[in-house]
Write a protein that binds this ligand. Structure first.
Ligand code: DUC
Ligand code: ZN
Ligand code: ZN
Length: 464
């Protein structure tokens, strides 16, 4: 007998959509049986009629920032592990991977990882979770002694490095040393690719000319800075034959460098996020909504005194040109993009330590605004709506980039990322096509943030 039976849905894999006549039997939170005929059904156990809708493997969001340590105590206005995972599960994401970030003065990663476990377990979580480590000071002891232990004993299968931000960036030599270790162990190396000196030069010029309203953030972090750093990361990886994942790719220039390297059969992987498919920088000049064409009146939009655009400050930034959106969609369609994450990295808007930190001097200053957007809950519905339902990608490709490939990249494929006997019963049931027609609004979301950048965007399906 099964604890739960799901029937009458179309099970989606990366290559196939089943007929609704398929039955899924679940026991002890594992999928134990999938078959075409009826399964024996005890009336005292649960039975779910999927009503002919798609059934997809639970979403895996491998780029989520929760309760990170670099924020001073009491200054974090983002989600906790509890509220962030609540939001994840409400949007069909059953596994997240969050970041345990090293600060420059940390000599060991062990206490750090323990601290993140404490943070995550304090109030409980609503979905499964794991950690990447962010390295800012990759000493020999950390690389040679600690990383292998974290990989082999703690299940940490990935490292993130930044090529930007004074407090976090690592130099090329350090990147090479890290690449040698990740290659040897088979870990995934995530790279935030923006050239910090290029960004800082433009910021200094903008400041000298008093150009500090939120939309200048997009000018400061030019696509050229992303392209240069992406290209450099690819060259470094080429030297030591080490696979890398360029995270949150936002521009045509970066995407085309990645595509060229892939065509040369270099092991370069790419991640993108909903904001780089759906929003342009122009929205930062007005509403703080991503250009959804929503029904807010001109008065409402004027009320925001030009600072609402801070809601859309993230890095890399939203881009100025539609060519960038088109190129990111193209990468999503043609396979250049390996994985689709949210980069959920929220701060409250209406809070002096949140986005409004950018107003603390009395004048709008984008350089003081915490970077990042909420999005863990809206990731899957947005790609289902703007990708699958608008027929840009197939539902099989949707499963590939939101679940199956993320599982493979981070070593979870033996338990997660597909619906098959032996796998965790992490399952999303959608509504039958055509039965949902909603606008996203923050009051329906489950995070603890006072806005969503996707306010007014369509959601023509949603995980049940
Ligand atoms: N990088 C991220 O990955 N998330 C938010 C901000 C940033 O710089
Ligand atoms: Zn980043
Ligand atoms: Zn991030």
């Amino acid at each position: 007998m099964y604890d739960l039976i799901i029937h009458n849905g179309q099970i989606v894999s990366t290559s196939h959509v089943s007929s609704p006549d398929t039955w899924i039997g679940i026991q002890d939170e594992k999928i134990v049986c999938i078959q075409a005929g009826p399964l024996p059904h005890d009336a005292s156990k649960r039975y779910i009629d999927a009503k002919g809708a798609y059934i997809t493997p639970g979403g895996i969001d491998t780029h989520v920032h929760l309760q990170q340590l670099q924020v001073a105590p009491g200054d974090d206005t983002g989600d906790t592990f509890e509220s962030g995972t609540r939001s994840a599960i409400a949007g069909g994401t059953t596994t997240i991977i969050a970041f345990a970030n090293q600060q420059r003065h940390d000599k060991s990663l062990y206490p750090l990882v323990e601290e993140y476990h404490r943070r995550a377990s304090k109030d409980g979580t609503w979905c499964d979770y794991g950690f990447h480590v962010i390295l800012t000071n990759p000493t020999k002891a950390i690389l040679d002694e600690e990383i292998p232990v974290l990989f082999e004993k703690e299940g940490i299968s990935s490292i993130k490095v930044y090529m930007t931000y004074e407090a976090r960036r690592v130099g090329d030599r350090d990147m090479l040393e890290i690449m040698l270790r990740t290659r040897k162990l088979g870990m995934t190396l995530m790279i935030h690719a923006e050239n910090d000196d290029m960004v800082q030069l433009v910021i200094d010029h903008l400041r000298d000319n008093d150009l500090t309203e939120p939309h200048h953030h997009a000018i400061a972090r030019t696509p050229l800075a992303e392209a240069e750093a992406t290209n450099r990361a690819i060259c470094l990886s080429n030297l030591v034959s080490s696979p890398i994942l360029i995270v949150h790719v936002s521009s045509s220039a970066a995407m085309s460098r990645i595509r060229t390297a892939q065509n040369d059969l270099q092991p370069i992987f790419a991640e993108t996020c909903p904001q780089y498919l759906l929003m342009l920088a122009d929205a930062m000049r007005s509403s703080g909504h991503g250009g959804c064409g929503c029904s807010h009146s001109a008065e409402e939009k004027a009320e925001d005194d030009g600072f609402e655009g801070a809601k859309l400050i993230c890095s890399p930034p939203l881009r100025e040109s539609k060519d960038d959106l088109d190129a990111v969609w193209k990468g999503m369609i043609n396979g250049t993009v390996t994985t689709f994450s949210s980069d959920h990295c929220p701060s409250a808007f209406d809070h002096p330590k949140g986005k409004k930190k950018g107003l603390e001097s009395g004048k709008a200053d984008f350089t003081k605004v915490p970077n990042g957007l909420p999005g863990v809950e809206t990731r899957l519905p947005l790609l289902m709506t703007y990708g699958v339902e608008k027929e840009r990608i197939t539902v099989q490709r949707f499963v590939e980039v939101t679940s199956t490939q993320p599982a493979h990249l981070y070593g979870l494929q033996h338990r997660k990322g597909s619906i098959a006997p032996g796998m965790d019963a992490d399952i999303v049931i959608w509504f039958p096509n055509g039965t949902i027609q909603e606008e996203i609004s923050n009051d329906k979301l489950h995070h603890s943030i006072d806005y969503t950048p996707f306010e007014g965007f369509q959601a023509t399906n949603w995980p049940r």
